[in-house]
Design a protein around this ligand. Structure first.
Ligand code: K2U
Ligand code: ZN
Length: 174
C-alpha cells in the first residue's frame, strides 16, 4: 500500500467529471487500499479517487466512531437512487481544502447503489455522517466541491487562501 498525495484546490482535476470504472480487478483493489491508507493517514472519513488525481468513479469511506471497530467501505460507480425530502445542515471540511469548514445543507438520508471491492452489486440507505460523506464524495466524482454551495465572495476568499497555501508549500518543497 502507498500513501498518495492529495490534490489541493484550485486544481483543474478537482473540477472534472470522473469516468466510470471499467473493471473491478486486482489493480483497482490495490488503488482502493492506497486510498484507504491515504484517508486514514490524513485523517479523514472519506476520500474520492479524483482527490489523488485518479479520474475514476470510486470513493472510500469509514464513518465509524473512534471507540468502534473500523468499517472501511469502497464504493465503485456509486449512484444516488433516492434522496429524502428532509434536509440537514452539517459542518463540512475537505482534505483538498485544508482547515476550512462551513455549514452545508443536504438531504438527510440517501439510498446509494454501488459495486464493492469484489464487484458485487450493493444498495443501502445512509443517514447521519454517512449520508453527508457519501454526497460529499459523489460531488467530488462530479467535479463539485463543498465550497460550491457557499456564496461567491466566500468561495473566492477560500480559493485565494488555498493559492497562498500552495505557494508556501511549494517554497518548502512539500
Ligand atoms: O472528501 C473529503 O475531502 C473527505 C472529507 C469527507 C467529509 C466531509 C464533510 C463531512 C463528512 C465527510 C474528510 O473526511 S474531511 C474531515 C471532516 C469530517 C467531518 C466534518 C468535517 C471534516
Ligand atoms: Zn472533499
Amino acid at each position: 500500500m502507498t500513501l498518495r498525495p492529495i490534490l489541493i484546490h484550485p486544481d483543474p482535476r478537482l473540477k472534472k467529471v470522473c469516468d466510470p470504472v471499467a473493471a473491478v480487478d486486482d489493480d483497482l483493489r490495490a488503488l482502493i487500499d492506497d486510498m484507504l491508507e491515504t484517508m486514514y493517514d490524513a485523517p479523514g472519513v472519506g476520500l474520492a479517487a479524483s482527490q489523488i488525481g485518479v479520474m475514476q468513479r470510486l470513493f472510500v469511506m469509514d464513518c465509524s466512531e473512534k471507540d468502534e471497530a473500523p468499517e472501511p467501505m469502497a464504493l465503485v460507480n456509486p449512484e444516488i437512487v433516492w434522496t429524502s425530502e428532509e434536509t440537514r445542515v452539517h459542518e463540512e471540511g475537505c482534505l483538498s481544502i485544508p482547515d476550512i469548514y462551513a455549514d452545508v445543507t443536504r438531504p438527510d438520508r440517501v439510498r446509494v447503489r454501488w459495486l464493492d471491492r469484489d464487484g458485487t452489486e450493493c444498495e443501502g440507505e445512509f443517514d447521519g455522517l454517512r449520508a453527508t460523506c457519501a454526497q460529499h464524495e459523489i460531488d467530488h466524482l462530479n467535479g463539485k466541491l463543498f465550497i460550491d454551495y457557499l456564496g461567491s465572495m466566500k468561495r473566492q476568499m477560500i480559493t485565494q487562501k488555498m493559492k497562498k497555501l500552495k505557494r508556501e508549500r511549494a517554497k518548502q518543497g512539500a
